[in-house]
Structures are given as structure tokens and as C-alpha cells.
Design a protein around this ligand. Structure first.
Ligand code: CDP
Ligand code: MG
Length: 136
């Protein structure tokens, strides 16, 4: 069993894609074990994207995550990390396969709708950051 983090970014929330994304996660057979809507602080978003600090897109992606409400989802299941990454699709939606969230609903990398943890270590770090109170 693995637990991973999905964030529905502000573009996904404003386009009312929360239900669609949660539906796909559950239809795949994965369990939602943490769920909240929040307006994140700049501090938590900068910590979340710490690996990208100094890169050209860092300020833009931090501003984007802080531009509206997001939904944080903790997802548990067998091979959940890889399964969720595959379901969300490639970072650049133009390279994301149809049938993935990004391949079906996004067009540009700066508005690619979701975040998902890249590996189990990242998942553990990110879940502690977004769900410090713990999971169900
Ligand atoms: O989200 P993912 O793990 O697929 O990609 P990443 O390489 O960890 O980048 C984090 C986020 O930064 C992406 O999801 C994009 O929102 C943003 N980004 C961007 O706007 N332009 C890039 N060239 C690379 C990433
Ligand atoms: Mg990443």
C-alpha cells in the first residue's frame, strides 16, 4: 500500500473539475484518505515546490498555486504513486496522452490542473506538509 498526494490547482477548482478528478481516482479503485479545500499560504507552496527553487518557472508556479483555492487529496492504494502520476499525465499537457486528466482537460504547462507526488519519498514529505494533522 502507498499513499500519495494530489493537488487540484486553482485552474482545476475554478473550472469545477474537482468532482471529475475525484471520480477518476475512485473509479480506478483508489481510496481517498484525506481531503480539503484551502487557500494556501505562500510559505507552504514554496516549501512544497522547494526542489524547483531557483528555476525560471518557480515564481510563476508559486503565484499560480496561490492565486485561488486548491483541493488537497491524500490517495491510498496499491502502487498509488505511479498509478496517480500516470492518470494525471505528462507535465506538459501537449505531451499528455488522451485519457489522462491533463490530456483531456489542459492545454498549457502553466495551467496543467493538478500536482501529484513523483515518488514515495516525495509523497511522504508532501503529505506531512499538507496534512500535518494526519490522515484517516
Ligand atoms: O507537476 P509535475 O511533477 O509533473 O512537474 P514538475 O516538473 O515537478 O513541475 C512542477 C510544476 O511547475 C508543473 O506542474 C507546472 O505547473 C510548473 N512548470 C512550469 O510552469 N513550467 C515548466 N517548464 C515546468 C514546470
Ligand atoms: Mg513534480
Amino acid at each position: 500500500m502507498e499513499t500519495t498526494l494530489v493537488l487540484v490547482k486553482p485552474g482545476g477548482v475554478s473550472r469545477r473539475l474537482n468532482g471529475e478528478i475525484l471520480r477518476r481516482i475512485e473509479a480506478r479503485g483508489l481510496d481517498i484518505v484525506g481531503l480539503k479545500l484551502l487557500n494556501p499560504s505562500r510559505e507552504i507552496v514554496e516549501e512544497h515546490y522547494a526542489e524547483h527553487r531557483g528555476k525560471g518557472f518557480f515564481d510563476d508556479v508559486v503565484n499560480y498555486l496561490c492565486s485561488g483555492s486548491i483541493v488537497a487529496v491524500a490517495v491510498r492504494g496499491t502502487n498509488a504513486v505511479k498509478a496517480i502520476r500516470a492518470m494525471m499525465g505528462a507535465t506538459n499537457p501537449l505531451e499528455a496522452t488522451p485519457g489522462t486528466v491533463r490530456g483531456d482537460f489542459a492545454l498549457t504547462i502553466d495551467d496543467n490542473l493538478t500536482h501529484s507526488s513523483s515518488d514515495p519519498e516525495a509523497a511522504e514529505r508532501e503529505l506531512a506538509l499538507w496534512f500535518p494533522e494526519g490522515l484517516v
